[in-house]
Design a protein around this ligand. Structure first.
Ligand code: DGY
Length: 326
């Protein structure tokens, strides 16, 4: 029997490589491919499945020429792939849900604490020899306990963030997936019934001390947080983004942070990664992380396992364990 052929666009940690090697002929690219290179490889007929990363753009023109059966994304998000175009061409897509929920919620909580309590500014002060002893008004920050956390979206990662925030004594509000605002009724709230409050998107924007984004990137959520929304947040509010950069208009955010329209931002994702909007890195009232929501050793190993198993299943003509196509 001929072995399936799988292209891996970037080296991944174990156990994915061992699983793949045991099941298929594997080609691993040592350097991330350019769009043109990846498109040509997908069109070559040399591969049954491609194991992709978020930075690999799998758009409709690439898919129109592609001769692959499946795409296995090493991520839970799949905004880098045109799912409708893949589905239209009968190309399966798989992702890695569930395994990174807690790690990403940890980073959301870390950004809430780190931005509110000015941890980067404080650390820098110590390292630069500017700490001259305890002072009553040194590095005063914002409270976390007793403050209101607004969650935009109420999926897995938002709920895991809610769990942490409740343990920190925060009041938790949510608005499900703006702007579509899919109704979430009390029976769906499970452990959160009576402990979190559902509000409208506008209510969330106006009431939150910390507004944390947990929505996928779609045409409906692109620039969901724009100058208008920032202008309707409290001047003391802090924006947290562990979802996708383009959900925020980053240039508008820089203006809002500079002018004091809002007080701070904790960001793990950026609009045009790895580039930052001009001026963002100079703002003291920000905590900026390099998209490390899922970056723990065990989580990346699980993502590797799931993406490899998805890839092997699709290469063998089976539906992956974690399919994305409708
Ligand atoms: C994802 O999986 O979508 C994250 O953004 C990266 O782990």
């Amino acid at each position: 029997m001929t072995r399936s052929r799988i292209l891996v666009t970037t080296p991944i940690p174990e156990p994915g490589p061992s699983l793949l090697d045991g099941a298929a002929e594997v080609t691993v690219l040592e350097e991330p491919p350019t769009y043109e290179d990846l498109a040509a490889r997908c069109a070559s007929g040399e591969f049954d499945v491609v194991l992709t990363q978020l930075r690999d753009r799998i758009d409709a023109p690439l898919l129109a020429r592609a001769k692959v059966k499946g795409i296995s994304n090493f991520a839970v998000g799949y905004n880098n792939i045109d799912i409708a175009a893949a589905t239209g061409r009968g190309i399966m897509v798989g992702n890695t849900p569930g395994v990174l929920t807690d790690a990403t919620a940890d980073i959301a909580m870390l950004l809430i604490l780190g931005t509110g309590r000015r941890v980067i500014e404080a650390d820098r002060m110590v390292r630069e020899g500017r700490f001259h002893g305890w002072e009553p008004e040194l590095m005063l920050g914002a409270d976390v306990s007793g403050r209101t956390l607004g969650l935009a979206g109420f999926g897995r990662i938002a709920r895991a963030t809610a769990r942490r925030a409740l343990a920190f004594g925060m009041e938790v509000l949510f608005a499900p997936r703006p702007p579509a605002d899919r109704p979430v009724d009390e029976s769906e709230l499970g452990e959160f019934a009576g402990r979190v409050r559902k509000v409208s998107w506008d209510g969330l924007v106006a009431e939150s001390d910390y507004l944390s984004l947990h929505v996928p990137l779609t045409e409906g959520t692109r620039h969901l947080v724009d100058a208008d929304v920032l202008g309707r947040m409290k001047p003391s509010a802090i924006l947290i983004n562990t979802a996708r950069g383009p959900v925020v208009d980053e240039a508008a955010l820089v203006r809002a942070l500079r002018s004091g329209t809002i007080a701070g931002a904790g960001l793990d994702v950026f609009e045009d990664e790895p580039r930052l909007a001009p001026g963002l890195a100079d703002l003291p009232n920000t905590v900026l992380l390099p998209h490390i929501g899922s970056a723990t050793v065990s989580v990346r190993a699980e993502m590797s396992r799931l993406s490899a198993l998805n890839a092997i299943a699709m290469a063998e003509g089976r539906t992956p364990d974690h399919p994305v196509n409708p």
